[in-house]
Design a protein around this ligand. Sequence first.
Ligand code: KG4
Ligand code: ZN
Length: 430
Amino acid sequence: MKSINAVGIKNRKSKQETSRIGNVSSYDTDTATYNLNPPPTILAIESSCDETSVSITRGREVISLIISSQIDIHEQFGGVVPEIASRHHLEQINFVVDEAFAKANMTWDDIDVIAVTKGPGLIGALLIGIASAKAYALALNKPLIGVHHIVGHMSAVYIEHADLKPPFISFVASGGHTAIALVKSYTEYEILGSTRDDAVGEAYDKVARVIGLGYPGGPKMDKIAKKGNPQAIDFKRIMLEQGSLDFSFSGLKTQVINHLNQMRQKHIDIVAADVAASFQEAVVDVIVAKVKMSIQRTGYNKLALAGGVASNSRIRARLQQLADEMDIQIFFPSPIYCTDNAAMIGVAAYYDWISRYATKPAETARYSNATNIADMTKPANAINTNHQTSPTGKINPAGATNPDSTAKSNIENVIMGDGLDMDAYARINL
Ligand code: KG4
Ligand code: ZN
């Protein structure tokens, strides 16, 4: 087990404050969002892939964040082995929770809400986080919020940009997802385009493997590409139909493999740095073109990045250049918030929590009462259904309760998300 990272300890909530979760304190007309004072203290768990992460957050503030990475375990296999990942999550989860409390100088008494990544991700890995979160919630009688992993990634940018408010465009690029999304509000999203085959991170990882860089490929490709010539090999830019905001990267991966085979057949030395730089430039050209199109089409003037690939130095530089040219604002999360981490899940859960329980000042009492699992079974009309389903392209971030579901187990409602827009879910899960 490698790399336990911790984000520092910030101010601790007083005992007096813990006696209530918070009241609606102000209303932001720009985003139609109520603020809670104090915001609930959330313990968030993320276990969708090869990082076991736990964070304690309050609003957008990260009080502690622990990420226990399994990279060194999976490195020898050249990629994440799901069964091994699940076992390590199981071994690590309680220690990581303890570590998050130690860093925050807090105990369970300080926690108001539990949040967990509900998917998408490796099913066995997700189950460890979800089962732990359910057990904590049941044993401690605390409410539980299930968070869509990609909504978590898109929410990471709030942590270090206190002034950033929706609406904005989010470019999401991770190992499993590539999407251009409109973040219409803190809980409403519309996917304008996503990948039709490989995700960007997946393409980086696969190309890294064929040029012998090993796992995890993305950061290694980023590093080696700096020494290469991006014009060395003229890989085709796959733009799909005119005007499409979707992506396709598997053809580019095949182009790289064909190029390597041809070079080997001709006994010509392969310059890995040139291959990496040329591949990267082809990827980045497409990303820049599509992001530019999405800005022109929507007229939005703010762009945010999300996901592990958002750490890529070339993608950051080229999108910064685009933002300067188009005179729009751009927001980057630090690399620790780009990679899979539980802080982003806590922040996303905070906004979901507000949308459910802080809908009108008159409903404050209901919010304050909703401090245990039983209270989460409030009639559906007590719940803001802002983030309900749409025919296409919308994510239902945390499984809004639907009118017919109140009789079911409350934890199941929250985690599995009754009313989940399966079409949108499938689209973003490509
Ligand atoms: O978001 P993330 O941590 O996990 C998923 O949700 O998938 O993203 C991991 C992906 C991996 O494919 C990794 O190779 C890629 O992000 N990645 C990068 C860089 N850092 C991580 N890809 C390109 N350049 C980077 N600097
Ligand atoms: Zn991720």
